[in-house]
Design a protein around this ligand. Structure first.
Ligand code: ZN
Length: 722
């Protein structure tokens, strides 16, 4: 079961005990100011590109950016955001640009300071400094990478060329799964696992157990629609993909003719796999992917894959049973393996190896990879500075080692304490909401409260850090370092099979600007990276913080009760705890949401439509989350002897400030290419809908800004689940 994130993770395939002690990060400087101080203290790097790494700007809530010439009841997103949007066009190296983007750069700058210090090649470094420092140094060594050319990958290409029969394919799949980040997993936006994905995960029916999960995979484009849809734009992208594969094969040493033929083979095989994949809407229902099989059944499903060899190669412990998310995919894959020659599959594997290693190899491959996956698919004009890409790769591959330093420098205990307090008040708001629901029976209410009380709150960073001592990192080969870190992470997950569940596991690193709900652990997780301005700002009053991070907290809690989350109980088991009638009531309310969000996306070209069935869970979380945050704000103000109607700073009422801060945290310029990507692959709605749809469902908003029936921000058929 994938986790429910707060916002999207764009898999663009661009895509430690660090003792930086900061004892004086005390109550006085825990705030945005301290963040800004740190930012302005960062030494600018040499060079004069637009992004020279100097002092990125954080974007704390600023009520002066409201455009009072516009009508808040017509389009509140524009009212709150248009001045900011005009003043902040998308930088050439970005695919979207939001009020949170400055924070992303700021986090990267901070991490770079740690990495640069650790990369000084001196003998006094501790083991953790050696790993993150040498990882960063190898990534930054463009001269060395250029001189090595394809050499770091050659051994793998030779192995693929030397395969003697289809029986040898299995071992090569295991090798590819060890080499590339994400190459063993199927994620929300990611289909990168060659042939299939494999990992250990909690059992759906008994969340106390970890079992083996075998998932569909095999594609390189963002999802199956890119291969299957037949509209002009989709056909054009597939043609450009063909040209891209051909160029990559040429760069890897093939003739133009051979490369063209091989590109056709790759697309034929990937299209075949896409056709038998389960679509992302069907995958949203956990019942559809909870297919338990015995080992004998798995062997029978896909005899062309030697599962015993694969499990031995990835060191998988025996599993009580195997969850095969999509048996139809594996039946289809079996037929494809049978119907195509070894040579064709060698071409597919050669492509996978070249494609997945491109971000870590020489400039020619890197640029061509960027040209298709970032420029054509996402609209980026230029690559991000190399050091930023290296910082992000280090965060992905050695995240816990780097995360400790980030927490020490950017997340003081007071920020944690204030966040915990907000989480508790928002959980209390859901408790009251559930008690007051007119459509839910007392039996279901009681179960909902049990689940709510069972949620574990995780704030900032994990209680235990991963021990990377078994990972070998050198300054010699970036690609090899990535492979070492990937093997460690892949095998770490596989080794969980048959062992007790580790309730301390996080699936986001501390500097990540995101948050998530995990239905099988029943936890909400807020990395330190998002507990910064504009989302959390200790220098601002409650109305601003509840409107921004408060809504994020409410959103994650509601994920436990959205159309997916409600199917899991307090212990994370897939178990229906709803009465039949309450379940029916829920579905009707959910349908109101999915109908509302099935809509055209303005300014994105003809036929670009958002699918409310894909975004229903996230939309439910957005709608419910803001109600909880507003109720918690009201309770907090009451304790201070104030009401929502009282005027706060800048002349707005606290209620108005709450909604303005909420919208402000979502202001984003989005490239049309990314819009297309979002509506096809992303379970989250477009930013404008995350504000205007939510608020137009809300009488509290309409009251705050005096909106009347008939105006756009007053929806005649308002939806409400939570
Ligand atoms: Zn979410």
């Amino acid at each position: 079961m994938s986790i429910s994130r707060f916002t999207s993770v764009f898999a663009l395939s661009l895509a430690l005990c660090l003792a930086v002690s900061t004892p004086n990060l005390s109550a006085q400087n825990l705030s945005a100011q301290s963040a800004q101080e740190l930012a302005s203290n960062s030494a600018p790097v040499a060079g004069s590109s637009a992004d020279d790494g100097a002092a990125p700007k954080l974007e704390p809530f600023d009520p002066n950016l409201v455009d009072k010439t516009l009508d808040p009841c017509n389009d509140f997103y524009k009212y709150a955001c248009s001045k900011w949007l005009t003043a902040n066009p998308i930088p050439a190296d970005q695919i979207y640009w939001s009020t949170g983007s400055g924070l992303q750069l700021w986090n990267e700058n901070l991490l770079r300071e740690t990495l640069v210090a650790a990369s000084a090649n001196d003998s006094n470094r501790n083991a953790v400094h050696q790993k993150i420092g040498d990882y960063y140094a190898a990534c930054m060594d463009e001269t060395g990478i250029e001189a090595a050319g394809l050499k770091p990958l050659q051994l793998e290409l030779d192995r693929i060329a030397a395969l003697k029969s289809k029986k040898d394919i299995t071992l090569e799949i295991a090798r590819l799964h060890h080499m590339f980040p994400g190459a063993w997993q199927y994620g929300d936006n990611q289909t990168d696992a060659p042939f299939f994905g494999f990992t250990g995960q909690q059992d759906y029916d008994d969340a106390s157990k970890v079992v083996a999960q075998i998932d569909q995979g095999g594609l390189s484009l963002p999802n199956r629609d890119y291969y299957i849809k037949t509209d002009d734009k989709s056909k054009e992208i597939l043609q450009k993909y063909h040209a891209h594969i051909q160029k990559m094969f040429v760069l890897a040493g093939e003739s133009e003719t051979q490369a063209a033929a091989d590109a056709t083979t790759v697309i034929e095989l990937e299209t075949g796999l896409a056709q038998v994949q389960m679509d992302n809407i069907t995958r949203r229902d956990p019942k559809n992917v909870n297919n338990k099989m015995t080992l004998a059944q798995v062997r029978e499903l896909t005899p062309s894959i030697d599962w015993d060899v694969y499990f031995m190669a990835v060191k998988a412990p025996a599993s009580e049973h195997y969850i095969v998310t999509s048996p139809a995919f594996f039946r289809g894959e079996e037929k494809l393996i049978k119907d195509h020659s070894l040579a064709q599959w060698q071409t597919y594997m050669r492509w996978q190896a070249i494609h997945l290693s491109a971000p870590y190899l020489n400039k020619a491959l890197l640029d061509e990879n960027f040209d298709f996956f970032a420029r054509t698919l996402a609209g980026a004009e230029t690559q991000r500075p190399r050091w930023r890409r290296c910082v992000n790769a280090a965060d992905r591959d050695l995240g816990d080692a780097l995360g400790q330093a980030y927490v020490d420098r950017a997340f003081p205990p007071d920020s944690r304490a204030r966040t915990i307090q907000m989480v508790h008040s928002i959980e209390a708001a859901l408790n009251s909401d559930v008690q007051s629901l007119s459509w839910m029976s007392p039996e279901t209410k009681q179960q909902a409260i049990v689940k709510l009380k069972g949620i574990e709150d995780k704030i900032g960073y994990p209680a235990h850090w991963h021990d990377y001592s078994s990972v070998t990192i050198t300054r010699d080969s970036y690609l090899n370092n990535v492979g070492q870190a990937t093997s460690f992470e892949f095998e770490r997950w596989v080794a969980k099979i048959g062992k007790p569940v580790d309730r301390g596991e996080w699936t986001m690193t501390p500097p990540t600007i995101n948050a998530y709900y995990d239905p099988q652990l029943n936890t909400i997780n807020f990395p330190a990276g998002i507990l910064q301005p504009p989302f959390f700002d200790p220098s601002k009053d409650d109305s601003v913080n509840y409107g921004a991070i408060g809504m994020v907290i409410g959103h994650e809690i509601i994920h436990g009760f959205d159309d997916q989350g409600r199917k899991f109980d307090a212990h994370g088991n897939l178990r229906d705890w709803w009465t039949a009638d309450d379940g029916k009531q829920y579905d009707e309310r959910g349908k109101c949401i999915s109908d509302e969000y099935t809509q055209d996306v303005p300014d994105a070209g003809p036929g670009v439509k958002q699918n409310g069935l894909l975004t229903q869970g996230e939309d439910t979380a957005d709608n419910g989350g803001i109600h909880l945050a507003l109720n918690a704000l009201e309770a907090s103000l009451k304790q201070q002897g104030k009401t929502l109607e009282d005027k706060g700073p800048d002349g707005w009422t606290y209620r108005q400030r709450f909604f303005l801060s909420n919208a402000y945290s979502w202001c984003a310029n989005v490239r049309p290419e990314v819009t297309r990507l979002i509506v096809t692959t992303d379970p989250h709605s477009m930013p404008v809908f995350r504000i205007d749809n939510v608020l137009s469902n809300m009488s509290e908003f309409q009251q705050a800004f005096g909106c009347k029936p008939g105006q756009k921000m007053v929806r005649a058929n308002a939806c409400r689940v939570w």
